[in-house]
Ligand binder design. Structure first.
Ligand code: GYE
Length: 332
C-alpha cells in the first residue's frame, strides 16, 4: 500500500518492542521483580540520518531549516545528506546511514518509485524508516510512518478556489512539479477530480517547471509564445513556479492576478507579498515545518512506542483579502 492508500485508514501502528542486546543488559535498570527492562532513549541518545532532496524551492529550504534546527534544539545527532535532486544520491545516503547503524532514517523521496530494494535493506538491518514530506510507492511494511500533507486535498482545494475565481468557466494552464514525485501526481489528481464538477473549466496546457522558480518563468514564456493569450488562469503546483510565471506574464504585457487568475500551493512569504501586490490570487498552504513531528516520531520508534502511520499536517487556504494580516505571522 502506498501513501495514497493510507488516507483511508487511520490505523495505529504498534511497532515491535526494542530488542535489547546482550551487552546492554548489565546497564539496564531492574524492576522490583528483578527483571531487566530496556532503558528508554531520550533525544540526546538518538542518531538520525536524513536524506533531503535538494534546494529546489523556498519550501525546501524552509523544510531543511526545520529539520536541522529542531535536531539542534532537541540535542539529536543528525546526519544530513543533500541529494541535489538525484535519486541515486538518496539511495547512497540511505545505504551509508545503514552502514553507520543510525537509530532511525528519514527520507524525502524525490520520486515516488524505485525505493523497494534500499528500503528493504533498511528493514533487514532493523532500522525504522520515516517518509518525510513526499511519499514512496512501496509495500506498507517497508516504512514505519509518513509525515506530511494531503496533496490530493491540496489539488482539490486549488481547483475549488479556481472555480470561484473563474465562475466555473475558463482555460487553465497547469505548471507541474517534478514529474513522478508524489506532490506532482497527487496535486494533479486532486485538481482533476474536482474539475469534473466544473464542466466549463479545462486544463488546456500542462507542463513541468520542476518546482523551480526560474523554470516556471521559462516554461510560461514558451507557453505564451506558443499558444498566445487564450488562457484565463494558471494553476501552479508550487508558489515558486507561480512567482516565475508572474514575471513572464508581466514581461509579455499581461496583468497576473487580473488578466490571468493564479492559484498556487505552499503559502511561503513571497506568495503573500505577491497577493498583497494583487499578482497572485490564492495560495494553498503546505507546511514544510515538519522537524518537530519527525523527531517526535523517530524517538517513539526508537523506543518501540506506538505511532501514527500518517502524521498529517494541518493546513489552511490564503487569499488576497487576508494576506496583509497573515504575512507577519508566516514562518517561511
Ligand atoms: O510544494 C515544493 C517543493 O514536496 C511538498 O516540494 C513538497 C514540494 C513543495 O519543492 O515547493
Amino acid at each position: 500500500m502506498n501513501i495514497r492508500a493510507l488516507r483511508w485508514c487511520g490505523i495505529l501502528l504498534v511497532v515491535l518492542p526494542l530488542l535489547v542486546s546482550c551487552d546492554a543488559a548489565p546497564d539496564a535498570p531492574q524492576t522490583s521483580a528483578g527483571v531487566a527492562t530496556a532503558q528508554k532513549k531520550t533525544y540526546q541518545d538518538l542518531v538520525v540520518g536524513f536524506s533531503q532532496i535538494g534546494a529546489e524551492s523556498e519550501w525546501r529550504t524552509a523544510n531543511t531549516r526545520s529539520i536541522q534546527e529542531t535536531a539542534q534544539r532537541l540535542g539529536v545527532e543528525l546526519k544530513f545528506a543533500d541529494a541535489q535532486q538525484q535519486q541515486e544520491n538518496q539511495i547512497k545516503a540511505i545505504r551509508s546511514f545503514i552502514a553507520q547503524r543510525v537509530d532511525v532514517i528519514g527520507v524525502s523521496p524525490v520520486l515516488e518509485t524505485g525505493w523497494d530494494t534500499v528500503f528493504a535493506e533498511a528493514k533487514k538491518a532493523g532500522i525504522p524508516l520515516i517518509l518525510v514530506d513526499r511519499g514512496a510507492s512501496v509495500p506498507d511494511d517497508l516504512f514505519s510512518a509518513f509525515i506530511g500533507s494531503d496533496f490530493v486535498q491540496e489539488g482539490q482545494r486549488a481547483c475549488a478556489e479556481m472555480a470561484r475565481l473563474l465562475n466555473g468557466q475558463g482555460n487553465i494552464i497547469e505548471l507541474e512539479g517534478t514529474v513522478g514525485s508524489t506532490p506532482q501526481i497527487d496535486r494533479r489528481a486532486g485538481f482533476e477530480q474536482c474539475l469534473k464538477d466544473y464542466p466549463g473549466m479545462h486544463v488546456t496546457v500542462r507542463q513541468s517547471g520542476d518546482f523551480i522558480r526560474a523554470r516556471g518563468k521559462e516554461v510560461m514564456k514558451t507557453i505564451l509564445r506558443e499558444y498566445g493569450r487564450q488562457f484565463n488562469a494558471l494553476f501552479a503546483q508550487n508558489d515558486d513556479m507561480a512567482l516565475g510565471a508572474i514575471e513572464a506574464l508581466e514581461e509579455e504585457g499581461l496583468k497576473p492576478g487580473v488578466d490571468i487568475k493564479i492559484v498556487s500551493i505552499d503559502a511561503e512569504r513571497a506568495a503573500f507579498e505577491a497577493m498583497i501586490a494583487g499578482k497572485l490570487n490564492v495560495t494553498i498552504e503546505c507546511s514544510p515545518l515538519l522537524g518537530p513531528q519527525f523527531f517526535e516520531t523517530a524517538l517513539k520508534l526508537a523506543n518501540g512506542e506506538p505511532i501514527e502511520k500518517w502524521v498529517k499536517s494541518n493546513e489552511s487556504i490564503f487569499r488576497q483579502d487576508n494576506a496583509t494580516l497573515e504575512l507577519p505571522k508566516r514562518q517561511y
